[in-house]
Design a protein around this ligand. Structure first.
Ligand code: BES
Ligand code: MN
Ligand code: ZN
Length: 499
């Protein structure tokens, strides 16, 4: 999907369809929508009067222009109530419009105004950014291994702006949105790929290719290198798999920032989680191919951060491991001692995410981070607590937590703060080892966060449990397709910009 920006009047565009918009409750369209209405002899006003179109968010109506305009169709997209119209709503409007057009075979090229930049009064750059994001996130297609090519939706979208003085800002916003959406869609691709295609080494290769294209520095540690570093907890999780574990380190360090304390992003990259010897039930086990969504979000965010040329140092670490049962696999009852020297008692080999994070987080201390944020599909319990509405946020630092909540509001990727009281540590006190890797059902989200906290050093840290938001069993909305959602990329980009 290509996005062009041009100066002109939407009504005069030659395209298979032009897109205008309407706030809820408006009876006489104004601005660009008014101009198109006038050209159509009041057809939009009559449509509203008929009650068939009310401008509600998610509503669309298609009109045929019958030669009255160069474009053969007009799609009107509802923006919802004017006072509730924000970046989130604008992104959704663009996605809704794309989805409506993707159903019409004859539309390959459409032209659109920037939702919210006119009467909405939004900043032109931001409005253009979310327009691009919404469009490109909606146009996402998962990898497909069928022999017949899938049908394609529109391939070209022209963004039209009347006011020449705003054109440069709109162009910049569209390109920003493109970089961010490409990061989200990369993360989705990685999570959607089948586990026999995307095993740890394959994931590392993809990250390496991305890094070469985007201009990031990339270092990959294999199992020998990790053994040298005594990352024995992470390596134990990998022992049942024939696929070698990989620790991928991506660095964005623009000139002058090389010695600055970096923001460090760490992702859980279990390319398939069978549960290991504590094996999972087979029903829906196939979904556990997305247990590397935290790592995918880190890789996607690093691509976006590089493409945006962000003026700060950011390091992304993807801990990629496959969790399999085997004669060589680690077991419940094992005691493991990793990089920090702290002994860990294994109760469940299915609580493997926190184990690989223990060594990955110990590893990143060497960067003397300004802050560390980890993302992990860590617990089923987070979905019991929050449903699919927000990821769980756990932090040891108020500033970082506030910055993440602000990034969450900016990006529309919701987070909700969860408790980290020290009393939760009681449940994971080990019998033979210092700590055990499962605290049982009660407070399962907080005890998993407390486990991870045992392995971090004195830097601000936040843990995002994304197990409930990384995967959608059905299409959630126009922006969120079935399968991998790419959750976290937009959030991390906003965090890296503001924190
Ligand atoms: N990868 C799973 C968590 C998960 C569940 C992710 C559903 C996405 C969707 C994780 O490794 C796991 O198995 N967690 C266990 C922890 C338990 C053994 C303490 C869980 O949540 O049941
Ligand atoms: Mn597991
Ligand atoms: Zn897992």
């Amino acid at each position: 999907m290509k996005l062009l920006v041009t100066q002109g009047n939407i009504a005069e565009q030659t395209a298979d369809c032009i897109i205008v918009n309407l706030f809820e409750g408006v009876t006489m369209p104004g601005g660009a929508t008014g101009a198109v209405d006038a050209a159509l002899g009041g057809a939009i006003a009559r449509l509203i009067a008929s009650g068939d179109f009310d401008g509600k968010a998610g509503a669309t109506a298609l009109l045929y222009t019958d030669g009255k305009l160069p474009a053969s169709r007009v799609l009107i997209v509802g923006l919802g109530k004017a006072d509730a119209f924000d970046a989130r709503a604008a992104r959704k409007a663009a996605a809704t419009a794309y989805k409506a057009l993707a159903k019409i075979k004859g539309v390959k090229h459409y032209a659109t105004i920037v939702h919210g930049a006119g009467i909405g009064g939004h900043n032109a750059t931001d409005a253009a950014q979310v327009l691009a994001e919404g469009t490109l996130l909606a146009s996402y297609r998962a990898p497909n291994y069928k022999r017949e090519a899938p049908e394609n939706g529109p391939a070209l979208c022209t963004v039209v702006e009347q006011d020449a003085s705003r054109l440069a800002n709109i162009e910049a916003g569209v390109r920003r949105g493109e970089s961010i959406a490409a990061g989200v869609n990369l993360a989705r691709d990685l999570s959607n790929e089948p586990p026999n295609v995307l095993y740890p080494v394959a994931m590392a290769r993809r990250a390496q290719t991305m890094a070469a294209d985007a201009g990031l520095h990339c270092t990959i540690l294999g199992e020998d290198a990790m053994r040298e570093l005594e990352m024995n907890i992470l390596l134990a999780v990998s022992r049942g798999s024939v696929n070698e574990a990989q620790l991928v380190v991506l660095e964005h360090a623009p000139a002058g920032s090389e010695t600055e304390a970096p923001l460090v992003l760490v992702g859980k990259g279990i390319t398939f989680d069978t549960g290991g010897i504590s094996i999972k039930p087979s029903e829906r086990m196939e979904e556990m191919k997305h247990d590397m969504s935290g790592a995918a979000a880190v890789v996607g965010a690093m691509q976006a951060i590089a493409r945006l040329g962000m003026a700060r140092r950011v390091i992304g670490v993807a801990a990629c491991v496959e969790n399999m049962p085997d004669g060589n696999a680690f077991r419940p009852g094992d005691i493991l001692t990793g990089m920090t020297g702290k002994s860990t008692e294994i109760l469940s080999t299915d609580a493997e995410g926190r184990l690989i994070l223990a060594d990955a987080l110990a590893y990143v201390a060497r960067f003397s981070p300004k802050a560390v944020v980890d993302l992990a599909t860590l617990t089923g319990a987070i979905g019991v607590a929050l449903g699919q509405q927000a990821a769980g946020l756990f932090s040891n630092n108020d500033d970082l937590q506030n910055a993440l909540m602000a990034a969450s509001n900016e990006s529309g990727e919701r987070l909700w703060p969860m408790p980290m009281w020290d009393e939760y540590k009681d449940a994971i006190k080990g019998d033979m080892g210092e700590v055990k890797n499962s605290g049982g059902r009660a407070g399962g989200v907080s005890t998993s966060a407390k486990f991870i906290e045992h392995f971090i050093e004195e830097y601000p840290w936040a843990h995002l449990d994304i197990a409930n938001v990384a995967w959608a069993t059905t299409e959630r909305d126009a922006l969120t397709p079935k399968g991998a959602t790419g959750f976290g990329v937009r959030l991390l980009v906003d965090l890296a910009e503001a924190y």
